[in-house]
Ligand binder design. Structure first.
Ligand code: ARG
Length: 411
């Protein structure tokens, strides 16, 4: 047998079945090459002769985690004016570091929703070509938004004549931006429907792209086979993004009853980054964030958490996304604590970070559960993540596509 078809048998003491919503005892997972070939009770699973056995019998084994809102090229120490000293190439180098940290923390798939210089496209391709360790990636290239908006860069005065490459005003300019992103390698489209917390000179809750512009973007993206993620804090921007047909609303901080209802009716995912508030308020000033950003965060942070509870209770679909890059890469799992605190069971939080993430990315056939035919993206923790979601911050075993990335599990 060659390495490629070497069979690996993983003994799982406990296995989280995110599809069935239950925990199974004493399971064996068979992996051949990159894929899972079988899963079943250890007592009734025949391990082929010559298989390599990985003993996780004292661990809880889960599918690789999925974070659908990250910025791998973003350095959390370089916010505000400090970001101006970072070249796109330097940011991509940082992204190689962040990709490894993210993977080692158990996140085997991410969606990167905005990067300068197509650094995310370069990272995705380098990871896929086996040059760098990192998660599977969906990437957006530049986030598309209005002049002076959240996805522009408003730090410099007019003298410098700087406009971010993702800026587009008007439906046809916005359409052309979608085509440009697709041309240079984006498999996903990210737009800024409202203002933001970390941008200068705008209001987080105020709408930026119009309904007309968003309709044009979504139509063009879908025509080109790309899904759309909309950054939107304010209620009207959330409503119009959903009406325009985006697949996910990011942040959704100030969502109102109408937005909650529309999201449920249209099956739009909400991706609410409810850990972020802690880092911004505790570390943001030290990390260079502008005073106005800290003020904006104080206005939306708690409301977002309360609205997370409300929207989930009302039946909105949720996928796990954290905005890593605002806070340090690898700390992604800290958000599980808040998802449980604000109304999910630990199993529901895990489903948001596995099957739901896979569904939103259009990758349900390849990741998101430990199911024969899918990639062998498998992680393990020593504690019990169903009793204590914080256990997920201590992933000690990671396999991606059948390759062991780290193995620090207790024997
Ligand atoms: N990137 C987002 C923005 O600047 C971060 C929002 C973080 N705050 C929060 N409560 N989730 O708008």
């Amino acid at each position: 047998a060659t390495a490629a078809d070497q069979v690996v048998a993983i003994r799982a003491g406990k296995l989280v079945d995110v599809v069935g919503g239950k925990v199974l005892q004493d399971q064996t997972i068979l992996v051949s090459g990159e894929r899972i070939t079988a899963v079943g009770p250890t007592a009734s699973t025949t391990v082929p002769a010559g298989a390599r056995v990985i003993d996780l019998s004292r661990e809880t084994v889960l599918p690789g985690l999925i974070d659908v809102h990250v910025h791998l090229t973003g350095d959390p120490n370089l916010h505000g004016y400090r970001s101006l000293g970072v070249s796109d190439i330097r940011a991509a180098m940082y992204g190689a570091y962040a990709a490894r940290r993210t993977l080692e923390a158990g996140f085997t798939t991410v969606r990167n929703v905005g990067a300068s210089g197509f650094g995310d496209v370069a990272l995705r391709d380098a990871i896929n070509d086996g040059e760098l360790p990192g998660p599977r990636m969906r990437v957006a290239g530049y986030a598309i938004g209005i002049q002076g908006g959240h996805c522009d860069n408003n730090l410099l005065p007019h003298d410098f004549h700087f406009t971010e490459n993702g800026v587009a005003d008007g439906p046809w300019a916005a359409r052309a931006k979608v085509r440009e992103m697709a041309k240079f390698g984006a498999d996903t489209i990210k737009i800024c429907a409202s203002g933001g917390v970390l941008s200068k000179g705008d209001e987080a809750g105020a709408q930026q792209l119009t309904l007309e512009e968003m309709k044009a973007i979504v139509e063009e993206a879908h025509k080109l086979g790309r899904r759309v993620a909309a950054h939107a804090h304010g209620a009207s921007s959330i409503r119009d993004a959903i009406l325009a047909g985006v697949e996910s609303v990011e942040h959704a901080s100030l969502i109102d009853d109408e937005g909650i209802r529309l999201a449920r009716e249209k099956g739009t995912y909400l991706v609410m980054d409810i850990y972020n508030d802690d880092f911004i308020l505790q570390e943001g000033a030290k990390a260079g964030m502008l005073p106005e950003s800290l003020e904006k965060e104080r206005m939306v942070g708690q409301l977002q958490r309360d609205n997370f509870r409300k929207a989930f209770k009302a039946g909105d679909k949720m996928a796990f996304g954290t905005d890593a890059g605002v806070y340090p890469h690898g700390d992604n799992a800290r958000q599980f604590f808040y998802m449980v605190k604000y109304g999910m069971t630990p199993m529901q939080a895990l489903q948001a970070a596995t099957i739901n993430g896979a569904d939103l990315l259009g990758w349900k056939d390849r990741v998101g559960s430990i199911t024969p035919g899918k990639y062998a993206d498998i992680v393990a923790v020593g504690g019990d993540p169903l009793a204590d979601p914080a256990a997920l911050t201590r992933v000690d075993f990671v396999m991606k596509g059948g390759a062991v990335i780290r193995s620090d599990a207790r024997k």
